[in-house]
Write a new protein. Structure first.
Length: 397
């Protein structure tokens, strides 16, 4: 049950005034209890990426208080707000913070509250994760793990302010950048609060000596290697934004592996691939992100798979069309399933079709399409896969 008085007394006004609130309940998934956001207006599951399922703070409090199944209220982080949340899980022993966790809390110096379990704390700040930062890391001392979100995720809100923590949400961008750079050093985290190179990083100097490498600027200088990678990264992300979300128990593993494969099909280097998958893990996993170890495994598997199929950079081949599409000739040259299909259409598209319903090839007899009982479609398909350019033995119909 919620403590409305405690919430009213402690939750900062900056959060309360945002219409980004949900209620939440426990749901058993794979033998574990998972916190699931619920729409206060309709009672069905809310989405951390759909504002239509959120509501005001007052309405969420009212709905949670009136329900026997709702455990409390939660705040949803969005791209449109200035907030970010840091979740330190398993960092309290008998109500006392570990030394490492206390150091993190004091570094951020912003509103912090105890989680519903009483074993962790959540820090609310003003700031946005730097490019390349992940979502979860187990590589920290004094706690089970740490999670950081600034969009596509909700945090439970208890109002149990950690004793001694500030009462307001403060700007802590520099502290956030520093923490992310330490947690994800291989991801090439780009510091949003710095305009000079970070030690050890290779910078691409732009005309006039400008070393700010925001993608919007870099794409103006196509001859700059960093600019080229920024352009690829932007295009890869735009492509993945149109793909279905990777939801656990709904083909999420395969969808995430496909996303990782696309990183290499767009020719991304390791750092850029990590940045894209960090975004994907936050925005496209339905609020249940993969761990950094799992993302690393998927990227490694994807790289090997794409390299073995000869598809590295395939999305960048012959970008001569008005909208940047690959030309038909470029697609047909690929030694991939896509290339096989393109070659089949080029050579035999005028006389064969495949019908997915009855799973049969159709053939044009000069007047109508009819079932291919002579096996021409299978022969043509087989020749195309082998790259055979000789006339099909049964081509005459």
């Amino acid at each position: 049950m919620i403590d409305a008085h405690l919430l009213h007394e402690n939750v900062p006004p900056a959060l309360r005034e945002m219409p980004q609130w949900v209620v939440w309940k426990f749901v058993a998934r794979d033998g574990k209890s998972t916190k699931v956001p619920v729409s206060a207006e309709h009672g069905w599951n809310a989405s951390s990426t759909d504002p239509k399922t959120w509501t005001t703070y007052e309405r969420a409090i009212e709905a949670a208080a009136a329900s026997r199944t709702h455990e409390g209220v939660g705040f949803v982080f969005s791209d449109t707000d200035p907030f970010c949340g840091i979740d330190l899980d398993g960092c309290m022993v008998d109500g006392v913070l570990t030394d490492d966790a206390r150091h993190v809390v004091e570094t951020f110096g912003s509103y912090t509250e105890v989680s519903p379990s009483g074993k962790g704390v959540k820090i609310f700040i003003r700031g946005k994760k730097p490019q390349g930062a992940g979502c979860r890391s187990n590589n920290v001392g004094g706690m089970d793990h740490i999670e950081i979100y600034d969009a596509g995720r909700f945090f439970t809100v208890t109002g149990q302010r950690l004793e001694g923590s500030p009462t307001d949400v403060v700007d802590a961008q520099a502290a956030l950048d520093d923490l992310c750079a330490r947690l994800w050093p291989k991801a090439g985290v780009k510091f949003s609060h710095l305009t000079t190179p970070v030690a050890g990083e290779t910078m691409c100097e732009l005309p006039g000596g400008d070393k700010d490498y925001h993608p919007d600027q870099l794409e103006k200088f196509p001859n700059c290697p960093t600019a080229d990678m920024a352009s690829r990264e932007r295009r890869c992300r735009a492509y993945l934004e149109k793909c279905p979300d990777a939801i656990s128990a709904q083909g999420g593993h395969d969808a995430t592996l496909r996303a990782a494969c696309e990183c290499f099909r767009f020719g991304l280097d390791e750092a850029a691939a990590w940045r894209v998958m960090g975004w994907f893990n936050t925005a496209k996993t339905g609020g249940e992100p993969w761990s950094d170890k799992e993302i690393a495994h998927k990227l490694d598997s994807a790289r090997k798979k794409v390299e073995a199929s000869g598809e590295v950079g395939v999305r960048l081949v012959d970008l001569s069309g008005p909208a940047g599409e690959m030309s038909a000739a470029a697609i047909a040259a690929l030694q991939t399933d896509v290339g096989n299909a393109a070659r089949l259409v080029q050579r035999f598209g005028h006389k064969i079709r495949y019908c997915f319903g009855p799973e049969q090839w159709l053939i044009w007899d000069g007047r109508r399409w009819k079932i291919d009982d002579r096996g021409f479609g299978q022969v043509a398909n087989g020749q195309t896969k082998r790259g055979d350019t000789t006339p099909c033995g049964r081509e005459r119909v």
